[in-house]
Design a binder for this molecule. Structure first.
Ligand SMILES: Cc1cc2nc3c(=O)[nH]c(=O)nc-3n(C[C@H](O)[C@H](O)[C@H](O)COP(=O)(O)OP(=O)(O)OC[C@H]3O[C@@H](n4cnc5c(N)ncnc54)[C@H](O)[C@@H]3O)c2cc1C
Length: 287
């Protein structure tokens, strides 16, 4: 069943040339708690930094959380996402598509012109055959699985696969430290919510720091960061529940439920206001 998601953004996470971290953080250690909380950072450039507030936003894969002793809960989905860019026969016009198949969702996200990013979910192990196929065979199988809503698939770039899990950090703030984005919560890409959620975390952190400063509290103050954490809590939990619920809903292989899902998505496609409301909620514009 088809579900256009015009509200999706293209995820772009590389730093702009004007916005470079002076080096890769190798170690982080907690120095003290109130009143002068702070983290000491050793960069691979050899520089050492001290900050009253450090934002840990490394995507959760560089091991910094673990060095700080922050534990995470990880729940593997037993699914693997196959990622590649694909060229289509017609321009995408900024529209993202997602098709929910019995094998898992297939998403196409708009990049440049006629290039789209493919996220093809497979049951763990079943992606290997698609990774090994010759380009023509791969495109034919993708076309058969996805249909022609995005046009004909003409080329595919290099294919990568990574296992999907729901990972949530058990702590997202400490005195002098805020954990943001995928470092705090890595979601299944089914609903395309990770980046949006990360941006809302940044916005809420800025708002909390401003409110704290206006009230005379220093940057990095434990109470200010606790208030930030409380402010994030409902949004974070709702989005995790929404993404996780979609994975479960479309992962259950029942004929009856399949008809109900299809009817629900057709209804959503037809009901403009309902679809717009869902898109606004998915973008975090309604909280
Ligand atoms: C295929 C795919 C499609 C997606 N589509 C969507 C979508 O449509 N919409 C959406 O909202 N979300 C989407 N997501 C999720 C989204 O990409 C992530 O949630 C988002 O990128 C998280 O941002 P982040 O900054 O926390 O982490 P990342 O994007 O992983 O960025 C972390 C950055 O930290 C740097 N770094 C790492 N370690 C260190 C270190 N030790 N020192 C210094 N720097 C370091 C990295 O180089 C990187 O630049 C998608 C994800 C995938 C995989």
């Amino acid at each position: 069943m088809w579900s256009p998601m015009p509200g999706w953004g293209v995820c772009c996470t590389s730093a702009s040339p004007d916005c470079r971290w002076p080096g890769t953080a190798r170690t982080g250690s907690r120095r003290s708690s109130r009143p002068r909380a702070g983290i000491a950072l050793a960069l691979d450039s050899g520089a050492n930094l001290q900050a009253r507030l450090t934002v840990l936003a490394d995507g959760g894969r560089s091991g910094l959380k673990e060095r700080l002793g922050i534990a995470s809960d990880a729940r593997p989905y037993d699914q693997v996402a196959l990622i590649a860019s694909v060229e289509t026969s017609r321009p995408h016009q900024g529209v993202a598509w997602e098709r929910f198949t019995r094998e898992g969702p297939i998403a196409l996200l708009p990049l440049r012109g006629q290039t789209m990013e493919l996220v093809w979910t497979h049951a763990a192990g079943e992606e290997r055959r698609h990774l090994a196929l010759a380009e023509g065979d791969f495109l034919a199988e993708l076309q058969a699985a996805f249909g022609d809503r995005a046009g004909r698939f003409r080329r595919v770039g290099s294919r990568h696969a990574y296992p999907l899990s729901l990972v949530t950090a058990r702590e997202t703030t400490r005195p002098g430290l805020a954990v943001l984005g995928n470092a705090a919560h890595a979601l299944h890409p089914v609903a395309g919510q990770g980046f949006n959620l990360a941006l809302r975390g940044v916005m809420d952190l800025v708002a909390s720091l401003e409110a704290g400063l206006a009230a005379g509290w220093p940057v990095g103050d434990a109470g200010v960061l606790e208030a930030f954490d409380a402010r994030r809590d409902a949004d974070r939990r709702n989005v995790i529940r929404f993404s996780d619920g979609l994975v479960r809903l479309f992962g259950i292989d029942s004929r009856l439920l399949g008809h109900a899902r299809a009817a629900g998505l057709i209804g959503l496609n037809l009901a403009g206001p309902l679809r717009r409301d869902l898109a606004r909620r998915a973008m975090g514009l309604e909280r």
